[in-house]
Design a protein around this ligand. Structure first.
Ligand SMILES: Cc1cc2nc3c(=O)[nH]c(=O)nc-3n(C[C@H](O)[C@H](O)[C@H](O)COP(=O)(O)OP(=O)(O)OC[C@H]3O[C@@H](n4cnc5c(N)ncnc54)[C@H](O)[C@@H]3O)c2cc1C
Length: 381
């Protein structure tokens, strides 16, 4: 349970999941080191943890309400899963966009939030959270692993599945080939043009990339440990048609070893029902799923349910007043892990955030189509 002390001046520092009262006063640093940290504190209205699609859209909804935000992400770029895992894949269920690629959506979101000039902090993992305020007037200090310190009245956790890591196939030498000829995501399809690509896995990623890379690769070989696929039936059917017309190969087996030099793959040893043999290839794409690590957020004292943060569906606030969780990171009855869910959640969280940031101001609901006030903020009136 996240604790607040009345009065708002006593600094409670959360370390390793437990609060330790360090006795220092937030407003009066007690030592030289603390004074140095205090002088570098970045003050803002809202800190958004995660610059995925949900975090990006939250900037827009907050901006319409005159709320300034800083976004922090472990990755070196914005876009979360869309930019990291499927930048070139088409998305078909974004309202108003019959089709947009993962990166296309991110680019559009970045353009949409430009008027609000958010500040991005990349390659920084949010680690620590100190409670400075009270439940009625929350305030937080947020720390990153890179040593940045922020103070904000509201924290919006838009951390998706946390820091996501691809699961490695159990092959001893694989690390030597990673990012050279073994990849866990397709960032640029051109890297696979005229290559012999061995794709391993039976889920949507394996099947989707089999179908997407087949037209440009020299040859695509799909390997799965059994002849039964979890992927969408239409993808499986399309793959089987390509195999039947000898346009690609399907192998039932497992990776036994890698062969090559200086990180450049020349063959993969595979174990099938017929024994072990070498498959010549120069690209390997294993899709063994992702481990989603909630990471340091798990130690903040927020209620958790199966590595997700429970929220109410009125304002998407956690059990800690002033800390919201939106997008894939949250859970509530009926939750769908869709981008559009995150957008809706961002809009409602922003409304409640406004009450914490401007307690004296009344919020009037306005449309962007008809409000000159909103249009001025967007720079179009
Ligand atoms: C292959 C694939 C296809 C998909 N297709 C669709 C689709 O067609 N339609 C659809 O609606 N959805 C789709 N999704 C799901 C969609 O991508 C997610 O619902 C969406 O990305 C969630 O957005 P988010 O901003 O909540 O989280 P994310 O996109 O996961 O972004 C979270 C960000 O938070 C950062 N982060 C995490 N922890 C920290 C920390 N401690 N400090 C700093 N940064 C942190 C991460 O680095 C990440 O950038 C698909 C997903 C996949 C994998």
């Amino acid at each position: 349970m996240l604790n607040y002390e009345g009065g708002g001046s006593l600094l409670l520092r959360l370390q390793g999941g437990k609060f330790a009262e360090d006795g220092s006063r937030a407003a009066r640093p007690c030592c030289a080191m603390e004074r140095d940290i205090m002088s570098e504190i970045i003050k803002t209205d809202v800190v958004i943890v995660g610059a995925g699609p949900t975090g990006l859209f939250a900037v827009f909804e907050l901006g319409l309400l005159d709320i300034k935000a800083h976004l922090i992400d472990i990755l070196p770029k914005p876009g979360g899963q869309c930019a990291e895992l499927y930048p070139e894949k088409p998305i078909y269920d974004i309202p108003g966009f019959p089709m947009v690629t993962g990166q296309g959506l991110v680019d559009n979101l970045l353009q949409q939030i430009e008027p609000f000039a958010p500040t991005f902090h990349y390659n920084e993992m949010v680690e620590g959270l100190d409670v400075l305020g009270t439940p009625e007037a929350p305030a937080f200090r947020v720390r990153t692993d890179g040593g940045k310190v922020f103070e904000a009245k509201v924290v919006i956790v838009a951390a998706g599945g946390g820091s996501f890591q691809p699961k490695r196939p159990p092959v001893a030498t694989i690390e030597a080939y990673e990012h050279k000829s073994v990849f866990y995501a397709v960032r640029k399809m051109e890297d696979f043009r005229d290559r012999t690509v061995l794709i391993v896995g039976g889920g949507d990623s394996a099947l989707d990339w089999t179908l997407n890379l087949h037209p440009i690769a020299k040859r695509v070989i799909l390997m799965h440990r059994r002849d039964d696929f979890r992927a969408a039936p239409h993808s499986v059917n399309a793959m089987r048609e390509l195999v039947a017309s000898k346009q690609m190969d399907l192998l039932i087996g497992q990776i036994a070893g890698l062969k090559g030099e200086d990180g450049q793959l020349s063959a993969v040893s595979v174990k099938t029902a017929d024994g072990v043999s070498d498959i010549a290839c120069d690209r390997l794409l294993p899709f063994f799923g992702l481990t989603m690590k909630l990471g340091p957020i798990a130690d903040w004292g927020l209620n958790l349910h199966e590595q997700l943060v429970p929220v109410d569906t009125e304002k998407f606030e956690t059990n800690a007043p002033g800390i919201f969780a939106i997008g894939d990171i949250n859970t509530y009855p009926g939750k769908l892990k869709l981008i559009l869910s995150g957008f809706h959640e961002a809009a409602l969280a922003a409304q409640k955030a406004h009450r914490y940031i401007y307690p004296e101001k009344k919020l009037h609901f306005q449309y962007t189509t008809s409000s000159t006030n909103l249009q001025k903020k967007l720079g179009v009136a």
